[in-house]
Each structure stands twice: as C-alpha cells, then as structure tokens.
Design a protein around this ligand. Sequence first.
Ligand SMILES: Cc1ncc(COP(=O)(O)O)c(C=O)c1O
Length: 447
Amino acid sequence: MDAYSPIPAQDLLEIEKTYVLHTWQAAQTAWNAPMIVGGEGPWFWDAEGRRYLDLSAQAQCNHLGHQHPAVVAAIQQQAAQLCFIHNAWGSAPRAELARRIVEKSGLAGGKVFFATSGAEATEHAIKMARWITGRRKIIGRYRSYHGATGNAITLSGDNRAWSTVPAPDIVHALPPYCYRCPFGLSYPACRLRCADHIEDVIQWEGPETVAAVFVEPVVGTNGLFYGPGDYWRKLRSICDRYGVLLVADEVMTGFGRTGEWFAWQHWPDAAPDMMLLAKGLTAAHLPLGAVVLNRRCAAYFDDHPLPTGLTYAGHTLCCAAGLAAVQVYEREDLVRRSRELGAWMHGRLREMAERHPCVGDVRGMGLFAALELVADRATREPLAPWPQVPPALSRLSAQAKQRGVVLGIRGNLIILSPPLNIPSADLAWGLDVLDELLAGVDVSLAG
Ligand SMILES: Cc1ncc(COP(=O)(O)O)c(C=O)c1O
C-alpha cells in the first residue's frame, strides 16, 4: 500500500500524460510508457507487475541499481537527523563526502564545489575556468554532451544544442572518433592528428583568450570513444603549453563506470585541472553534482572571490546519499568488478558482432559499451544518418522491452551501461536477448 494505490494505474497514466511535460520528446503526444512503481537492484517493475532488467542504468546513473539498502538507510538516518543545512553552516555529510571525493580523484590538495546536477557542475566549472585564467573562451568538442543549461548546452557538440541560442565564447573542435576519423586517418599513422587539431584551434582562437578545454575522457552518449593511444596525455601537454585548463567531464564515466574510479585515470599521469561529477555520485538515489578542483585551481579562491552558489549546493541529504554510495563502491569493490565483468561483457559483444552483419563496431571500457550499427560493415555506411534512430533499432528496442530488457539507444548506437553490481547471470541473460534480437536486424532495410 502506498500513497497512490487508491488511484487505479490507468488513471495515474492519464494524469501523467495530462500534466507532465516529458523531457527530450519530439512531441509530447509521442510519449508512451508504463507507470513504474518499484525497483530492486538492476530490476524495476510497472503497475501491472511487468519486470524490466535495466541494462542502461536509467540514463547511466543508477550505478548501484535501485534502492541499494545501504544508501537508502543512510538517507533515512540523515532525514531523521537533519535534512538540510545551508552552505553558510558546516555539515558532516558534505565535509566527509568532499574528503572522499578528493581522495579518490587523485587531485591531492583539491577541493569540491557542490551543485545539484551535471549541467550545474559544467556551468560552474566554466565560470571558474574564466575567473582562474582571466580568459574567456572555452573549447569543447563535437560529439559531446555537457548538460542542458545555457553554457553547458552550447558546449555540447551535438544535436541537442541546435534549438538553443548559443552562449558566447564557446567553440568546438573535432573529436578523436577513430571509427569515422574526421581527418580520414587511422592510428598510428595519424600520429594523433586529432590532438594536434586542438592545438590548432587554441592557436587560431588566440591562446591568451582560451581558458579551458572541456572533454569527456570517454565520450558518453555520443559514441563511447576516447581517442587513440596517448591522445589524453597529448591533450594534457598541449593545454600545459598554452596555460589552458583541462576539464574532465566525468558525469557519465565517474565512479567506476569505465573500470577506474574516473575515466581519465586510465592515463593516470595526466590529471585534469578540474573534474565534473553527478550521476554515479549518489548512484541516482538523490540529485547531486560537483566540480572537483585540483590544488592550483582551488588555491586561486583562497584569496579571490567565489561569487556564485546554489541554494541546494551540497544538500545535506544528498551528500549523505553520496557518502553512502562511495562507501558501497569501496566495500563491494565495484570499480574492479566493472573492469572484470566489463571485460567479459566486451568479449561477449565482440563474439556477437562477428555473427551479426549489422554491428559495425564494439567500443567502450568497463561496464560501458556501445554497438554501432551499420548498413554495410565494409563501407561503414551508417544504418541511419546521425542522429536519427534507424527504424530497425527502434523496433529492436521495443522488442527488447517486451522481453523485459531495457537498452540505451541513441542514433545508431546500442549503449550498455548496467548497474555495476548487476548479478552476472542477469547480465548474461540480457545479452542473450540482445543477441537473439540482433539476428532480426535486416541491413538491407537500412534507413
Ligand atoms: C557527460 C555529461 N555531462 C553532463 C551531463 C548533464 O548532467 P545532468 O543531466 O545531471 O544535468 C550529462 C548528462 O547526461 C553527461 O552525460
């Protein structure tokens, strides 16, 4: 019995459709989904009792599945003691969470600025980069996403930005997308042309005007690529050469998703100056975002103003959830699990790809993988022009849902990002279903 059970499920669905504006819809009338009433681990279920195995972790944020008991208990305990105290006062959950994040980040001597979402983290990192460097321009990359607010959506180099009036002083560079290299080259003969290109952009924009380069170290929904060889290290040295800050957007990749605490740690000697966090920070039990500043960036604010803030920055209840989530990642050794179970998942996907001609490429790291679907494996012709979702993939996604498996879909990509603690048998079953459904994708019906 819950607060809504006197209202029949069908009526609740009508209320939902009548009163709620649903995000990222081509048309509100197209929105159609069941009412979800509960969840546990990687599973959730609707009012009719249909169960779904979530291989997308609810937009890549549910790292611990639903209702992790330790996080729920920490929220309940904190709620009973103190739900909220403003930034003007000290608070143990915020202090302890910040300490743990700095420890895990490897940015020794750093500090944490709290926000409530990934977009807010991006906004504040942009402001801070400008204050710290005294420069105004920010470089992002095409095929990236950094959030839906003013500067963050302009920084996002994808179609989600097209409908927004751009914010000033944000420019884009080409991404290190090897499968479709924008320079028509291949590694290692390319000698990291994509990194040199960032240097070109800095030079053409005027190095003394460029504050920062913002990069997803492993790109999220735009394709799960991360550049060849030492791309990240080269990027670091280019930024150093021009006094430009390197900001790692780890909103999607943080907290073990790629098999390290943070994705840039795959290249551990090339630390960013700032890091953006959200999603896995509380494993989505409550909303929380953060900017982690390295020692030098944090020290700037020792004797300069920080003229910004959010009412709910470092919300007490959310920080208690974040602290509990970080403790679970440690206690259950989930970063290692992401690496190991992820290696198994990638092997299974590669083996599947060999048998299904519609799969052009398998990419990713840890429990984060993408299949890129193509009409022709030899020419790499996309199944549909980006960012359209090919009808065959919409069908596959709907069939998977009917079978009780939820996949992440964007353009030609099937994105797999299960909770890090998913039982291996559940993951294996979900991938078996995907395998069966891929057999039904007819590449001759591309478009
Ligand atoms: C890499 C990245 N940065 C920023 C964001 C924005 O986060 P939020 O939706 O919490 O504002 C997202 C969201 O998907 C993301 O994937």
